[in-house]
Design a protein around this ligand. Structure first.
Ligand SMILES: Nc1nc2c(c(=O)[nH]1)N[C@H]1C(S)=C(S)[C@@H](COP(=O)(O)OP(=O)(O)OC[C@H]3O[C@@H](n4cnc5c(=O)[nH]c(N)nc54)[C@H](O)[C@@H]3O)O[C@H]1N2
Ligand SMILES: Nc1nc2c(c(=O)[nH]1)N[C@H]1C(S)=C(S)[C@@H](COP(=O)(O)OP(=O)(O)OC[C@H]3O[C@@H](n4cnc5c(=O)[nH]c(N)nc54)[C@H](O)[C@@H]3O)O[C@H]1N2
Ligand code: SF4
Ligand SMILES: [Mo]
Length: 578
């Protein structure tokens, strides 16, 4: 048996794993660098769902599958919704889409995750192919962590930062911020203006890469004019940045190989796409595209260059504001929408009106507790799969490492349903082969997706090959009233999996007491949580990590401009003592 597999979790790092003597261990090759994070080191400690159940009664797997077939047979096809989340990021998880789409059910579209920022990249560059991979970040002299928190979410980036100049732009004094040469503890949502001002001052100081701009971004003078419409003093005050910080920033990046490493933190707002695009524009002004050790990293499309072998043409509804009540049967796979979708009050009310809720997952959570039929999945160790990464072009085959008596794999379940309803499905081996054929084995022994990263920079993927700058700035976001909600990822949990946080973190100057229960409210709803004092959080913010029970009562289910993308930090909040 091939002992090498990969971590299936939705994480930048896509670590390679050896499974030896019943233990999960890191590979030393590639960016795994011989270590895994706490999620994988403790993976086996987390209690899984082992027994299927229907309306609270334990049943065996055979009975659960029969029940599943019966429910589908008794639901009009267009009243079945397949809602698939990111619990397991590997490619074979999508095989269930093949059944549901072929059957005539509805699937979801849009994103709870990186969608707004992704669109910003597409609007400026035409595609996300120029994503800066880890091997290029390793060659940079200066790294800017812009709304990314690697100590929690991408720990394999940390060794690459050693010996480099580091700039952190984050409203929280993160671990990285404490070590940085420059930390701009910006007001949330201030990034678009900061990026525009950086571009403006770079131009004033003649620091732009005009040779690059003339060729690949010729509209840069118009963009500079747009940056001149910003009132400098008032804007700096509003975003809580000083002129000195702008100067230090430019000093650290001028004539340096610079990697701007963005995270989803910058784009959880209605205008998230514009924010990402303004950062890209600053990178263009510096001429960072197509040069060694330079560029912008975000969550590149991990499936770039990989064709899906599955049939997925179907009606689709938004993942952000799904109207569950419109469906009679809901099949939830690898997700916990009752906790992780925005606007929990709306989600709960809508899901309450669904006749059959089916949960197919590994762990108990809000959604499994609400479900009528619960079917346990197998862990990644007990099924065949393959995964891509959004941080680099590695393609990890994930062959089965062990048998598990409980649960069923996504392929097995989909094959059962296809057979039950007369739908064609290929063998598991054929799909795996299809994916593997997108990769080539290189000298490091790992498989890489060949066409993912262009070898030579030959311009952007826009119609005429040039960068498309923002041509107006529009925002009605209120920067002054109430408190900002920050809801980033916790080092302890992976969204709602593993050890979930249970507190609200606030600065001591807010006048609250450690351990007291407070009511936090927004225009969408409210939640009670205990206070933890943390002076690393700005005084005008409250920090509630993703995965904290109840956090999404506070968030809005409105879409970002430009697509069906969640905006978890759009609502401002108030805190009341109880
Ligand atoms: N431990 C752990 N790792 C994870 C996950 C997890 O839940 N736990 N989840 C995985 C998933 S699904 C994803 S999408 C990735 C995301 O991982 P990251 O891209 O790192 O995203 P976040 O943790 O949401 O936010 C990153 C930083 O942005 C900052 N931030 C918030 N608002 C703003 C703002 O307005 N401006 C600026 N400049 N910064 C801001 C936050 O304070 C935070 O430090 O992580 C993955 N890895
Ligand atoms: N407030 C707030 N909310 C957020 C975010 C935020 O930053 N703040 N982040 C958003 C982001 S970026 C994301 S990606 C989403 C994530 O939200 P979800 O996609 O709902 O992810 P998880 O909460 O990790 O839940 C995943 C579930 O998948 C199941 N699972 C794990 N492995 C497998 C498997 O192999 N097979 C099957 N069938 N099931 C499996 C587990 O039972 C687990 O409970 O949350 C979003 N919600
Ligand atoms: S760092 Fe990410 S990919 Fe690596 S083991 Fe942890 S969760 Fe998995
Ligand atoms: Mo995500």
């Amino acid at each position: 048996m091939n002992k090498t597999t990969a971590c299936p979790l939705d994480c930048y790092d896509a670590c390679g794993i050896r499974y030896e003597e019943g233990k999960i261990k890191p590979i030393t090759e590639g960016f795994t660098q011989g270590f895994l994070c706490a999620h994988m080191n403790r993976f086996e400690e987390h209690e899984r769902i082992l027994q299927p159940r229907y309306k609270g009664d334990a049943i065996d797997l055979g009975t659960a599958l029969k029940k599943l077939k019966e429910i589908f047979a008794n639901t009009p096809k267009n009243e079945i919704l397949h809602y698939r989340g990111n619990g397991n990021f590997a490619l074979m998880q999508e095989v269930s889409d093949h059944f549901f789409a072929s059957y005539g059910a509805t699937l979801t579209e849009g994103s709870l995750c990186d969608g707004a920022g992704h669109v910003g990249i597409l609007e400026g560059r035409g595609s996300n192919r120029l994503h800066m991979p880890l091997e290029e970040i390793a060659k940079a002299e200066t790294v800017v962590l812009w709304g990314r928190n690697p100590h929690a979410t991408s720990s394999h980036l940390l060794p690459l930062l050693e010996g480099k100049k580091l700039i952190v732009i984050d409203p929280i004094k993160t671990k990285a911020a404490k070590k940085a040469d420059l930390h701009i503890q910006i007001k949330p949502h201030g990034d678009l203006h900061l990026a525009m001002l950086l571009s403006r001052f770079l131009h004033i100081e003649n620091g732009c890469d005009t040779e690059f701009l003339e060729k690949y971004a010729p509209e840069y003078e118009e963009f500079y004019e747009l940056t001149q419409t910003i009132r400098i003093k008032a804007t700096l005050e509003q975003i809580d940045v000083s002129l000195g910080q702008i100067g230090s920033f430019l000093e650290l990046v001028r004539s340096k190989k610079t990697a701007i490493v963005c995270g989803v933190g910058i784009q959880k707002y209605k205008d998230g796409a514009d924010i990402m695009r303004s950062i890209d524009a600053f990178a263009a002004m510096l001429g960072l595209f197509g040069k060694e050790g330079c560029g912008v990293a975000y969550l590149a499309d991990s499936k770039e260059g990989i064709l899906s072998p599955f049939y997925t043409k179907s009606a689709k509804v938004s993942k952000v504001n799904t109207e569950f009540a419109k469906f009679k049967t809901l099949f939830i796979q690898g997700a916990n929408p009752l906790a992780q979708m925005p606007d929990s009050k709306r989600v709960i009310e809508s899901m309450q009106r669904v006749e059959n809720v089916i949960y197919f997952g590994l762990y108990e959570n809000e959604t499994s507790q609400r479900s009528d039929l619960v079917i346990p999945a197998k862990t990644f160790l007990a099924k065949n799969d393959i995964r891509a990464s959004y941080a680099c072009d590695v393609l990890h085959p994930m062959p089965k490492q062990r048998e598990e008596a409980e649960g069923i794999s996504e392929y097995e379940l989909s094959a059962f349903l296809c057979e039950a309803f007369g739908i064609e499905i290929k063998s598991e081996a054929a799909y795996l082969e299809h994916f593997k054929n997108h990769g080539v084995q290189k000298l490091d022994g790992l498989w890489h997706v060949e066409k993912k990263m262009p070898k030579e920079f030959e311009g952007f993927d826009t119609d005429d090959g040039t960068f498309v700058f923002l041509d107006e700035i529009e925002s009605d976001f209120d920067m002054e009233e109430k408190l900002f909600l920050l809801t980033p990822k916790s080092p302890k949990s992976l969204n709602s999996m593993f050890r979930r946080e249970a507190c609200v973190y606030v600065n001591g100057k807010l006048g609250l007491n450690e351990g007291e229960e407070v009511l936090i409210s927004s225009q969408s709803g409210s939640v009670k949580l205990r206070v933890k004092l943390d002076d690393d959080v700005r005084e005008d913010c409250v920090l509630i990590y993703s995965g904290t029970r109840g956090v999404n009562y506070l968030t809005s289910s409105k879409h970002a401009y430009g697509g069906k993308f969640a905006i978890y930090q759009e609502n401002k909040v108030e805190v009341q003592k109880i």
